[in-house]
Design a protein around this ligand. Sequence first.
Ligand code: ZN
Ligand code: FE
Length: 241
Amino acid sequence: MTVTVQAVPCLSDNYAWMLRDAATGTVAICDPGEAAPVIAALEAAGGRCDLILLTHHHGDHVNGVEEIRAKYGATVIGAQADAQRLPKLDQAVIPGDTIKVGQTEGQVIDSPGHTLGHIAFYFPDGDVLLCGDTLFSLGCGRLLEGTAADMFRALSLLKVLPPQTLVCCGHEYTESNARFALTVEPENEALRRKAEAVKAARAAGKPTLPVTLGEEMQTNPFLRASTVERLAEIRTAKDNF
Ligand code: ZN
Ligand code: FE
């Protein structure tokens, strides 16, 4: 059994992600940063929302939760470690736990760095990774709470996933990330081609996500950093870019 995934643009540059289990029609929404666009997408898809999955507590990922929960009676799933600062959880999970969207299993992956309680959800059967603000296309999350070592470990857990994995990030930052990435790896041909494609997609008003993990491994300097020190160096440079 498997899930399909669809981006739902929210706020100025956020994405919520809508998952649908093919076998049962069960629908999950990840990181609804606002209610209106998510409800519109849910209604267009059949007017059902069974689950809300949360990667971390920031408002631009959770502010739509209560309205969506009230309208659909959705079950809210998030990190036990952050239960105090997330909306009220119906199911509190820890890294290593398994969740279910209909018949499709998802794995909870520890993903600290941007925030300490950050988690990611990985659905092997659908090749879907919901990674919030940990991994972006051509970038990674700012280290608001964790250290470069935390982020390095988090990215290490993601980069071993299969190359066909669809990386579903919390923000459309790809175009500005590309400008920075080119300063880190100016000779990277795959990155240069990618930067052109991203520019064209954005000019046409198209999302650059999801992206495959295999493509990110060729082009994302943060994923390609082989040591904590290198990752820290790139992250600091990006913060000052
Ligand atoms: Zn965030
Ligand atoms: Fe965010």
